[in-house]
Design a protein around this ligand. Structure first.
Ligand code: ATP
Ligand code: MG
Length: 267
């Protein structure tokens, strides 16, 4: 569980980046945080694992305040995939990179080796390769795999599909969904609203450092005022359903629209 209690945050004394942010995310949720560039999304994520501390208010991971608990302790519960995977990758081989998170966990070496081998096979990596000799998309997957390896209860993803092709994107999102289905909390910043509608159940909209909408993905995307305030375009299917109006207004998929048309024809 992640809780923000009236959080404000500034990098410099003159500019407030987040203002009065107050929300909580329960265990097992799949939440997307959306907003335009510079809205404060990555800053919110860095506050969630204690990399940044709030200037005002408090952030809790379960019952642990990030003010008083070490980032290394919080890291066992919260894994953060950075917006740029190259800021995360630090080892000479993919296998070492995936094993890196186990450093302070004091697990038997055989257990670590078996988990790393499983992950390498699952993702189809060549464990002996230098992570910087593979594509940006592959490095994104390596960074994600190294977080998944240590199985934190909460996984935070900062734009996990940026720079990936469609197949790679679905591969990552399916992995993340499978983790969510087994109880892992997923918090994801994403600029692709279609992807957010497909995967996230709850959407938090951030504009100029404040939360302006928070709720069920379908409802939030139909909140025209919030979407316009945050300079976001809702997923096309929501726009189409809204434009069609009437019976179609609540349709969330093309299939639902087709069903309504078929039902009309049958009458
Ligand atoms: N280390 C820093 N020092 C000073 N200002 C910063 C720092 N990091 C971010 N900022 C500023 O804080 C604001 C919010 O940045 P943040 O990275 O949280 O936005 P974001 O919503 O993640 O944007 P994007 O969609 O472009 O990733 C921006 O104005 C940014 O310039
Ligand atoms: Mg960001």
């Amino acid at each position: 569980m992640i809780t923000f209690k009236d959080v404000s945050f500034s990098y410099t004394p003159t500019v407030t980046i987040l203002r009065d942010v107050d929300f909580s995310i329960e265990r097992g949720e799949f939440v997307a945080i959306v907003g335009s560039n510079g809205a404060g999304k990555s800053t919110m994520l860095r506050l969630m694992n204690g990399l940044l501390k709030p200037g005002v208010g408090e952030v809790f991971v379960d019952d642990l305040s990030t003010h008083t608990n070490k980032t290394s302790k919080l890291a066992k519960r919260v894994g953060l995939l950075f917006q740029n995977p190259d800021r995360q990758i630090c080892c000479n081989t993919i296998a070492e990179e995936i094993a890196f998170g186990f450093k302070n966990l004091e697990l038997p070496q055989e257990e670590i080796d078996a988990t790393v081998a499983d992950i390498i096979e699952d993702f189809g990596f060549d464990g002996a390769r230098d992570p910087f000799s593979v594509s940006r998309g592959e490095r994104q997957k390596i960074a994600l795999a190294s977080i998944i390896a240590v199985a934190p209860e909460i996984i935070i993803l900062d734009e996990p599909t940026t720079g990936l092709d469609y197949r790679e994107c679905i591969h990552i999102m399916d992995k993340v969904t499978a983790l969510n289905e087994t109880g892992t909390t997923i918090i994801m910043v994403c600029h692709d609203m279609e992807l957010v509608l497909d995967y996230a159940k709850r959407v938090i909209v951030v504009a100029a450092g404040q939360i302006i909408a928070d709720g069920n993905a379908h409802e939030v995307f139909r909140d025209t005022f919030a979407m316009q305030t945050a300079s976001l375009l809702p997923p096309q299917i929501i726009e189409l359903a809204t434009e069609l109006g009437g019976q179609f207004e609540q349709a969330d998929t093309v299939e639902q629209i087709v069903d309504i048309v078929k039902a009309r024809k049958a009458v």
